[in-house]
Design a protein around this ligand. Structure first.
Ligand code: GUN
Ligand code: FE
Length: 442
């Protein structure tokens, strides 16, 4: 059993939106990166005495430690790593002009991109984000560097060059539709060449949002996504300021759902970020087309979004896929734990605002969105998101036994209690080890 690891201890994962499975004394066997056994530890002797068990690594988790699936960040701007937290108080389009575009323009320099992306990917892995859906800058060379960096550091990722051929400054705009498409094709070819099976890194078609793309570009991007069966990501009904500008630029469409659908960009491969303002018509369309939502609760209530909460309860009630996004830098934090907490607070605020109609989110639902829900949105759920047998072992070894800010674990605490303490008060110091495909990368 070379390349085999056995974990004995507590395991927590989502089986579905409302079914959080907690197994105390679990036995997890990982071979060649895949989970081959998830059982009770009373089979330990039988497994460890088998002839194949020679040379396997055995890890025993003490009381207060547990395994969870790696976090999935469904919406993240890698080039905004350096500007996180800046420009609070501005509305989205002003923030893009004043803070974001000047910052992202720096990624024209590949040496700068290399330095920042190495730090960004390492930083997100440290937060336990084993899968991320990244927007790069508009530059093809920097986008390729980001893909290389994810592969080198072992992070599962969707990576897309931002397409933006209008309504952006001269110094930070795709030169023409042809150039934008050609650079996109270059990036797709690069990502496919470094990981031909798409096991770890894949390209995601990334029109920044409709405001920065003209009809022809949107249409060509829709065709490329269809041709290569690629995921698609953009910003959707994020803020009133953005929605007004979009409807002025595209008067033929009565809403953003119709707009993106028209250009072939709204389907079961779409990852729509924010979705703060949703009509019943758009909710129905998302459900019918199986569109995924990247819920970015921090950005939604700060600079990246519309100072709004999003109708997450309505999405879940309709069976619409929802994951969490840090949206850093529109969101100031790179921690999925912070995103879960803010999603909780936003949902409670919404419960009050809707007089109880939109019930607040449970811990089970929040954790599901951070793991299996996010994997579904990014179309990695056949590989990761929970510890189903046959899936790849993307996991976090969490410890409630380290000193930090987390409410300390006590000897009588149940696994559920330590888990709740971690979700609400823990941080990256409690994430002791990070595994992707069974390989420890932190
Ligand atoms: N809309 C278009 N670009 C962006 C961005 O970088 N961040 C956020 N939050 N919204 C956007
Ligand atoms: Fe964003």
């Amino acid at each position: 059993m070379e390349g085999t690891r056995v974990f004995i201890g507590s395991v927590i994962h989502s089986r579905s939106l409302n079914y959080l499975e907690i197994i105390d004394d679990a036995l997890v066997v990982v071979r060649d990166g895949r989970i081959i056994t998830l059982d009770k530890a009373d089979r330990e002797q039988e497994i460890l005495q088998s002839p194949e068990a020679i040379n396997c690594e055995i890890h025993r988790l003490p009381h207060g430690d547990f395994l969870i699936p790696g976090f999935i960040d469904t919406h993240n701007h890698a080039p905004q790593w350096m500007q996180r937290g800046l420009g609070q108080g501005m509305h989205i389009l002003d923030w893009l002009d004043k803070i974001t575009f000047p910052n992202e323009a720096k990624f024209e320099d590949p040496a700068y991109a290399q330095r920042v992306y190495a730090s960004c990917v390492a930083g997100f892995l440290r937060q336990g984000i084993t899968t991320a859906s990244y927007y790069s800058s508009r530059h093809a060379p920097a986008t390729k560097i980001l893909a290389d960096e994810c592969l080198r550091q072992g992070q599962r990722a969707l990576i897309g060059k931002c397409n933006m051929n209008r309504n952006a400054p001269d110094y930070y705009r795709d030169e023409s539709v042809e150039a934008s498409v050609q650079e996109t094709e270059d990036c797709i070819a690069h990502v496919q060449s470094i990981d031909p099976t798409g096991e770890l890194v894949r390209y995601v078609v990334t029109p920044r949002f409709a405001i920065t793309c003209d009809d022809e570009l949107l249409s060509l991007l829709g065709s490329i996504a269809k041709r290569d069966n690629l995921s698609i990501q953009t910003h959707f009904n994020e803020a009133k300021q953005e929605m007004k500008a979009t409807s002025q630029l595209f008067p033929a469409f009565k809403c953003e759902a119709d707009l993106y659908e028209h250009f072939g960009l709204l389907n079961d491969r779409s990852i729509m970020a924010h979705c703060c303002f949703m009509s019943d018509y758009e909710l129905e369309k998302f459900a019918a087309l199986d569109v995924g939502v990247a819920h970015c609760p921090i950005a939604n209530m700060t600079v990246g979004g519309g100072f709004m909460t999003a109708p997450i309860r309505a999405f879940l009630d309709k069976g619409i896929k929802v994951g969490l996004g840090t949206d850093s830098g529109g969101g100031f934090s790179s921690s999925i734990l912070d995103a879960m907490r803010q999603a909780l607070i936003a949902s409670n605020a919404r419960e009050v605002a809707t007089k109880g109609t939109d019930e607040g989110l449970s811990l089970e639902e929040l954790f599901y969105m951070a793991t299996l829900g996010g994997a579904r949105v990014c179309r990695f759920d056949h590989k990761v998101g929970n510890f189903e047998i046959g899936k790849e072992f993307d996991a976090l070894w969490v410890s409630g036994n380290v000193s930090g800010v987390m409410a300390p674990c006590e000897s009588e605490d149940s696994t559920r209690t330590v888990f709740e303490k971690f979700l609400m008060t823990g941080d990256d110091r409690n994430i002791q080890k990070v595994y992707v495909r069974g390989v420890q990368i932190k």
